[in-house]
Design a protein around this ligand. Structure first.
Ligand code: NAD
Length: 256
């Protein structure tokens, strides 16, 4: 059980981050939820997790596009045994018309944030004598698709950074791995459907079947519960010698 461990999950008021926070809480961890908003419903999500699983849960606002706020999130949490770098955004456009501000935001939120949170969390993990870092990369951290230059660059960067941090912590009781999901039907994926419909001139159904799940041999979306279960496994004793690697949860995408 993860009783007594504190898990910080970035970008966790929605989608995969919230799903992972739920599974960590179910396993007994105290959780810190995060996003860049500060609404009543954000804090209510933490209260609901605490009530359902009998753990302590907090919501801390921090904008993962800002390095100082990434570091402040870890400092404000005060303890970080488990760090899940999950915050991420997407933008789909050909590289010659890719908006520079989208490029900058994706690189900052999807990649740079993990640099800042890991830098701030590692001293706490070393002091506590235990730590688990799980970076939520993507099948796009291992392979590419057209129109996703920034996302593919950021996710490949996260996979590379994961290996480096694993080497730097190899002799500490700390592991650092990346999970590479295929398509999961979250708000992030919902938001890509209209753009992709336009780009390929396809219906919504055809985008799901012929573009998204075309690459996913199982023909099924992965679920946030499955990603949460994978994160809990990486936090278990059985995973103590798993470090510096990726686990794909992609229905066979990267086997193609
Ligand atoms: P989502 O849009 O549901 O969740 C993204 C989360 O990040 C939200 O909680 C959002 O509030 C938060 N966020 C966005 N910008 C932020 C910022 N500046 N500061 C703090 N938080 C911020 O999307 P999701 O699908 O759950 O994505 C979560 C992660 O999983 C992302 O890193 C994404 O790249 C990755 N991923 C998703 C899929 C998929 O198919 N859904 C596949 C592979 C990888």
């Amino acid at each position: 059980s993860l009783n007594g461990k504190t898990a910080i999950v970035t970008g966790s008021n929605s989608g995969i981050g919230l799903g992972i926070a739920r599974e960590l809480a179910r396993a007994g961890a105290d959780v810190v939820l995060n996003s860049f908003t500060d609404r009543d419903e954000d804090h209510a999500l933490a209260a609901a997790l605490a009530a359902e699983f009998g753990v302590s849960a907090r919501y801390i606002k921090a904008d993962m596009s800002q390095g100082a706020e990434c570091r402040a999130l870890i400092a404000q949490a005060g303890r970080c045994d488990i760090l899940i770098n999950n915050a991420g955004i997407q933008h789909v456009a050909p590289i010659d018309t890719f908006p520079q501000e989208k490029w900058d935001a994706i690189i900052a939120i999807n990649m740079n944030s993990a640099f800042h949170t890991m830098a701030a969390a590692l001293p706490m993990m070393r002091a506590a004598g235990w730590g688990r870092i799980v970076n939520i990369a993507s099948a796009h951290g291992l392979t590419a698709s057209p129109f996703k230059a920034a996302y593919v660059a950021a996710k490949h960067g996260v996979v590379g950074m994961t290996k480096t941090v694993a080497l730097e912590t190899a002799q500490d009781p700390i592991t650092c791995n990346a999970i590479c999901p295929g398509y999961v039907l979250t708000p992030l994926v919902e938001a890509q459907i209209p753009d992709t419909m336009e780009k390929y001139g396809m219906s919504r159904e055809d985008v799901i079947k012929k573009v998204m799940l075309e690459r996913q041999p199982s023909k099924e979306f992965a679920t946030v519960e499955q990603l949460g279960g994978t994160a809990v496994f990486l936090c278990s004793d059985a995973a103590a010698q798993i470090t510096g690697t990726t686990i794909s949860v992609d229905g066979g995408w990267t086997a193609l």
